[in-house]
Structure formats: C-alpha cells, structure tokens
Design a protein around this ligand. Sequence first.
Ligand SMILES: Nc1ncnc2c1ncn2[C@@H]1O[C@H](COP(=O)(O)OP(=O)(O)O)[C@@H](O)[C@H]1O
Ligand SMILES: [Mg+2]
Length: 277
Amino acid sequence: MATETLAAAVPVPGDQEPVVIFDDVSIGFDGKPVLKNISFRVAVGETRILLGPAGVGKSVLLKLANGLFRPDSGRITVFGQEVSSMPEGDLFGLRSRIGMVFQESALFDSLTVRDNVAFRLMEDKVPESEINDRVAEALRFVELEHTMQMFPAQLSGGMRRRVAIARAIVAKPDLLLYDSPTGGLDPITSTTIVELVVKERDLYHTSSLLVTHRLQDAYTLATHTFNKAENHMERSPGDKTNLYTSFLMLREGELVFDGSTHELVTSDDPFIKEYLT
Ligand SMILES: Nc1ncnc2c1ncn2[C@@H]1O[C@H](COP(=O)(O)OP(=O)(O)O)[C@@H](O)[C@H]1O
Ligand SMILES: [Mg+2]
C-alpha cells in the first residue's frame, strides 16, 4: 500500500521528459579541457548526486545547467528548452524556475534574513502581501523563522546554509541545484543540512542535482527517509535505498559512473572502489 501511495505522489522517472539533459557536453578554460563529452539526465522528481574529487568540474557542471557558462560543444536542455544556445535575456525566465544553493551560502550581508529570502520573490514581482507568508513558510521549513530580522553575520555557518536553502526553495522551483551544501561545516551540522535536503526531496519531490565531496552525505541521502509525522529523518524501513536518488561520478573531466546506489556500491571499477573506501 505504502508503495502505491508513493507512486501516485511522485512521477515515475522516465514517465515524462527529463528536467535536465546533458548531451555530449564539453567545456574547457584557457585551452585546458575541464568537462569532456558529458551525457546524463535528471528525470522529474529525481535527485541525482554528483560525486568527484575537488577541481574536477562539479561546480562548472552546475553553472552549465543554469546557463552561467556555455559549453564549447554539445547540448544542454532544461525544462525542454535548449540552454546552450538560449539568448541571454531568456535565461532569466529559466533561472526563475531554478533554486540554487551556492557553495558558500552567498547571502547578502547587508540584508536581513527576511530580505535575503524575499529577494527572488521581489525580483519576480510577487505581490508584497504574499511575500511575508512565503518567506515565513520557507524559513519554517528550515526551522529558522525566529531569525527573520537578524543579519547573516549574527548566524552560525550552519544557520546561514539553512537560510540559503530557504532562499532556494522560496519560489517553489522546478529544479534545485545544490553546490556542496555541507562544504566547510562540521559533521553534525552537515547532517542537519542533509536532513533538509532529504525533507525537501521526500515532501516536495523537486528534481535536484546535488554536488558533494562528502561520501557521508551521499550515503545518508541514499539510505534515509523523512518521517513527516515525527518531523525528522530516519533510516529507510527495511534498509531500502531511495528509489528516486541515484549517482553520477566525475573523474578527470569524464563521467565514469551513472547509475543507482546499488550499482555504485557493487561497482568493480577500481577508481570507484577506492573512492568509496
Ligand atoms: N570561471 C573560470 N575560469 C577559468 N577556469 C575556471 C573557471 N571556473 C572553473 N574553472 C576551472 O575549472 C576546473 C573545475 O572547477 P570546479 O568546477 O570549480 O571544480 P569542483 O569540482 O571542485 O567544483 C578547475 O580547474 C577550475 O580552475
Ligand atoms: Mg565546486
């Protein structure tokens, strides 16, 4: 019964056109190749975790997905529109449907938490009367409603990251891009951030592409579920891995893995085996 409820609530990957398609994408800087012939998809409702060592091109890949970089070759399609050749002006419409959590939170220091979270809504000309409710809802999601009138400098690193998540989800995006959301945080605080990613995934099923260098984050995302009634994350019943979460791995600019959690942990590839231990 539980599985049927889930199936009704979440679109089955493969059912609809993918939210993101990378087709043979390459990019380099100053003549140095960074990403080489990358092809993968993010289906509706899917969470894809991108693993890979520092400097391999994970952040570049996310910036390609929201049109901040253009590929040297290949095609990138987001929401059925070709981003790789889209005129600059059309990218604003695209980005208004994407929520991005940057590596360093990237909050505006001179704005209150409320105004940081409200920023996108104001840009999108959401009526003032709606903004307060939406901001409160997003801050409630990250359990920081009480910080509304505080400034980023008054918050801990973990709290700033939670505000960055509130800002990314406030406009109810169709795609979330998380760039190392636990980067620079201690292990316990990292878990609270991963819990929010799990909560977002399991309550709203927003298609997501998440970059991490922390294997623990990937493992938690694959094996945990958000218990809505008790408002916390817990190990998935029967130790099942999450059906909507799968992996991509970059190595020296190439995509060396694209598959399920089970396929990842049982891979015979020496690089993957070493990475996982
Ligand atoms: N704007 C840029 N100009 C030149 N080189 C860049 C730029 N952005 C990224 N790079 C290079 O691309 C490579 C991958 O960077 P990045 O995607 O940030 O790695 P990571 O996997 O750690 O996120 C690095 O060698 C970096 O120096
Ligand atoms: Mg990076």
